[in-house]
Design a protein around this ligand. Structure first.
Ligand SMILES: *[C@@H]1O[C@H](CO)[C@@H](O)[C@H](O)[C@H]1NC(C)=O
Length: 184
């Protein structure tokens, strides 16, 4: 088992051979919101932040960011899939330039699993009136791509009341980015 740490934000970890025989602690680090994708004969894992030595080199998601992203954004919970034409699409949440305490769901693309990922100009979903959205993941069912995410209502629960946190599902067009109809 060899592993190589790649990136700081939307940290990427390449695992040359991942054979899971039993539940073992493979990554001894704060590896929050993980996502694993198989590419060729390897597996890549992405996480929010990796609190240990990070390989020097390019950021998986270099600036500049589009206008909807806050100035010093918190970028969380990346999920990566590979689209029909081979392009890698990353879904993530980033704090909003309109209210940095809330997050919107964005997508970013790269021709390489390790990036750099270019952010789409507009957020995919930005329900700021419902306290934003986080924790996006993409997948393909049959011929259709979907992105699923959580409306972040409970981020307001500190006021003593509870807020709903619906899980939303968007069908996507074949680019795995543009919505095909509304969210359910
Ligand atoms: C490939 O797919 C990506 C994401 O779905 C899209 O942005 C890009 O334009 C596509 N490229 C070509 C050459 O069709």
């Amino acid at each position: 088992m060899t592993s190589k740490l790649l990136y700081a934000f939307a940290s990427a970890l390449f695992i040359s051979k991942l054979v899971i025989v039993q539940a073992i602690r493979e990554i001894d680090a704060d590896f929050a919101d993980p996502c694993v994708i198989q590419v060729g004969d390897g597996y890549y894992a992405f996480a929010t932040r990796l609190l240990r030595e990070l390989m020097s080199g390019t950021d998986a998601m270099p600036r500049p960011f589009p206008a909807w992203v806050a100035g010093a954004p918190a970028i969380w919970a990346p999920g990566v899939i590979q689209g029909d034409n081979g392009t890698f699409v990353m879904y993530f949440s980033a704090s909003s330039s309109q209210d940095a305490s809330k997050h919107c769901i964005g997508a970013a693309t790269s021709s390489s699993i390790t990036g750099p990922y270019t952010l789409e100009r507009n957020p995919h979903a930005c329900p700021l009136d419902q306290d934003g959205a986080i924790d996006a993941n993409g997948y393909k069912d049959g011929d259709t791509y979907y992105v699923v995410y959580k409306v972040d209502g409970n981020s307001l629960d500190g006021d003593g009341t509870t807020h709903s946190t619906p899980i939303m599902l968007h069908g996507l067009n074949s680019d795995a980015i543009s919505p095909n109809g509304g969210a359910t």
